[in-house]
Write a protein that binds this ligand. Sequence first.
Ligand code: UFG
Length: 328
Amino acid sequence: MTDTQTQPLKLVVTGGAGYVGSVCAARLVEAGHDVTVLDDLSTGHADAVHPGARFIEGDAAETAETLLAEGFDGVLHFAAKSLVGESMQDPAKYWQGNVVTSLRLLDAMRTHGTPRLVFSSTAATYGEPESSPIPESAPTRPTNTYGATKLAIDHAITSYALAHGLAAVSLRYFNVAGAYGDLGERHATETHLIPLVLQTATGQREHISIFGEDYPTEDGTAIRDYIHVADLADAHLLALRHAAEGEHKIYNLGSGTGFSVRQVIEACRQATGHPIPAVVSPRRAGDPAVLVAASDRAREELGWKPERTDLIGIVTDAWNFTQARASK
Ligand code: UFG
């Protein structure tokens, strides 16, 4: 393998036109790597691809099978279906789109001898936690199809690493938030808390619904671990360097601090100066009360340290992005 400590790497970024993938591709280009973004634009945006990256519009599996023949040092695999609710309504879309696609990608990597993989996994692989914060050793009992498909892919990656020498790292994201300059969250179907709260501030929505105020938490609303997308991207660059032949390493990525839905809304009020009306509504099915990461392993082994942990700072970046998009 190329010496990852010093050499620029030739990399494929699947899903590099999506939210997390585009930020990661941008940071990789800025770090001097040779980046090819592969995205079918089913949910991503062509204008989110960094101008310094080569862009190929295509399916992560089909196109990778021919693309990888060119010879690459690694793949960062972000392309996925990622709506929890939709995964329960239309599981085939998730088993096909996530698992089958990833298996084909793994096989293409094996065929063409692509040595390393960094995979976007999720806290949803753990399901309802027994204790908090959640370490990587916690039981993996996903409560939704999305989490189940990501866990299945993690298992496949472990097998490929052991049998075929793949150097693999799975990064289990908690709640990704914020923006990196003009790269941020813009989903056609938005379900995530912070963008929805900010849509209330721009007047696109009349109020934000608080899904449940009867959780066993201080203010009764659910607690999540919000991690800035740029900090998350940094972990991918570190993971590339720490991937080791024949090993599949798994790391949780979160700030380790939980914020309640009400705290998030309040931070958005401060960042935007908008009153942001909130209305309490019933719990959303399948939402655990508290999801906070123990990310000591990533800190110790990767030397990762999230820098942008201030909640108001995180939502301010998202707000600047939202306002810039609104004026386009
Ligand atoms: N929420 C509201 N109102 C809304 C939207 C969300 O109260 O309008 C609440 C949710 O009930 C939850 C919290 O805000 O308690 C965060 O919800 P998000 O939808 O923003 O994020 P989730 O925690 O549900 O899910 C995220 C990712 C998943 C991942 C999961 C793992 O979107 O892909 O984190 O932690 F699996």
